[in-house]
Design a protein around this ligand. Structure first.
Ligand code: SF4
Length: 396
């Protein structure tokens, strides 16, 4: 029987310090939720050490289940948090457990998110040695005052150093994350970030807009009128500038916010946008397997205390209805520049996409937001700009 491919996501929830805009499930070293866990019996060990131990147990638990361990793993993504805060020994241990318990393909894409200021030449060499073949560096901006406003721990100089070390360690596939719509950011300061980043020739660049998330320091600052954010028009201009500039530099946009040199599109994320099954391991990690979504507990104390005997680390399990699966397939697939294949839709759901979404598709075609051609449905340039509006039409 053919085994369906699987992607793995590994969550590492530790950071040096929390950034001002961040609402991810991560803890700065000073976070009191970490010191709370000192009441745990293994208090003699640092929390990340205990965490890696639990993570290994979780990996082994899945490794004993044939429905997971026999599926070819095409990608692994260490996200966070700041996974590059792990020690060389911890990285080695996690990679060894993954290899021992899953059917990792020889050419699997293995990405680790990393922040400048947490890397050394030795650690980068160890990552390569362990099989990590893609590095995703969080730069965000090359302008010092913008980095400071974001609360990042690094300078542009520290990023340059890390980038150089990564190349020397043999990384041939590097992503650099940039951000738009930052406080005090102007078109010219953003262009500078783009130019300086592209000059280094990374294989992949992501450029996401800042979103002010509830509960972050930025939310409070915005409420007090302390954040000078670019307006919506400037934000759109930055988006168009990204596309134009990066395409001139040889990067192709393949998803709303992601650009790559040919052949370097992120396989892991493409799988996610195309609805491939993924298994999330670690604190709060979510999974999507055979149309069922489930996620791990989000309290670090609970996660560390689990014995991993019975799978009781799930917090939420949701089986998607056929309609919800179709919606998700369309929402995610339309983010990709190539769009959604009508054949794939039929293969997945046993009905033609036109019989479910015919009216919506025709309406968006008329409004020049969507194109239907050669068995594919994709957003136009205008459709990409108004993606949220188009997606809303696909809710059944
Ligand atoms: S480094 Fe990343 S995960 Fe950590 S606080 Fe900053 S934005 Fe959040």
């Amino acid at each position: 029987m053919e085994r369906r491919e699987l992607e793995l996501y590994i969550h590492i929830p530790f950071c040096v310090k929390k950034c001002n805009y961040c609402d991810f499930l991560s803890f700065g070293t000073e976070d009191e939720r970490l010191s709370d866990t000192l009441c745990h019996p293994t208090r003699q060990l640092p929390v990340p050490e205990v965490y890696v131990d639990r993570l290994c147990r979780e990996i082994r638990w899945y490794g004993q289940k044939e429905e997971f361990s026999h599926r070819p793993v095409i990608s692994v993504f260490f996200g966070g948090g700041t996974p590059s805060l792990l020690s060389e020994a911890q990285i080695f241990r996690l990679m060894a457990e993954l290899r021992d318990n899953f059917l990792m393909l020889r050419d699997a894409e293995v990405t680790m998110e990393a922040n400048p200021g947490t890397l050394t030449p030795g650690k980068l060499k160890q990552m390569r040695f362990c099989g990590i073949n893609r590095l995703s560096l969080g730069l965000q901006s090359t302008v010092e005052r913008e980095l400071k406003a974001l609360g990042r721990i690094h300078s542009y100089g520290a990023f340059l150093q890390s980038f150089k070390w990564a190349r020397e360690a043999g990384f041939k596939n590097i992503n650099v994350d940039l951000m738009t719509a930052l406080p005090e950011q102007t078109m010219s300061s953003y262009l500078k970030s783009l130019e300086q980043t592209a000059a280094l020739k990374p294989e992949h660049i992501s450029a996401y807009s800042l979103i002010i998330e509830p509960g972050t320091p930025f939310e409070a600052m915005e409420a007090r009128g302390e954040l000078a954010l670019p307006d919506e028009d400037e934000e759109r201009e930055m988006y168009h500038l990204t596309r134009k500039f990066l395409s001139e530099m040889g990067y192709e946009r393949y998803e709303i916010s992601n650009y790559a040199r040919p052949g370097y599109e992120c396989r892991h994320n493409i799988g996610y946008w195309r609805g491939r099954d993924y298994l999330g391991l670690g604190l709060g990690a979510s999974s999507f397997i055979d149309g069922c979504r489930f996620s791990n507990r989000t309290e670090i104390k609970d996660y560390l205390a689990l014995t991993m005997g019975s799978g009781d680390w799930y917090e939420a399990v949701e089986t998607l209805t056929p309609a919800a699966k179709m919606e998700e397939f369309m929402f995610l697939g339309l983010r990709l520049v190539r769009g959604v294949s009508e054949k794939d839709f039929y293969r997945k759901f046993g009905v033609k996409v036109m019989s479910v979404y015919g009216e919506v598709i025709r309406k968006n075609e008329l409004e020049k937001l969507l194109i239907r051609k050669n068995g594919w449905l994709r957003l136009t340039e205008l459709g990409m700009d108004l993606a949220n509006r188009v997606m809303a039409d696909f809710i059944l």
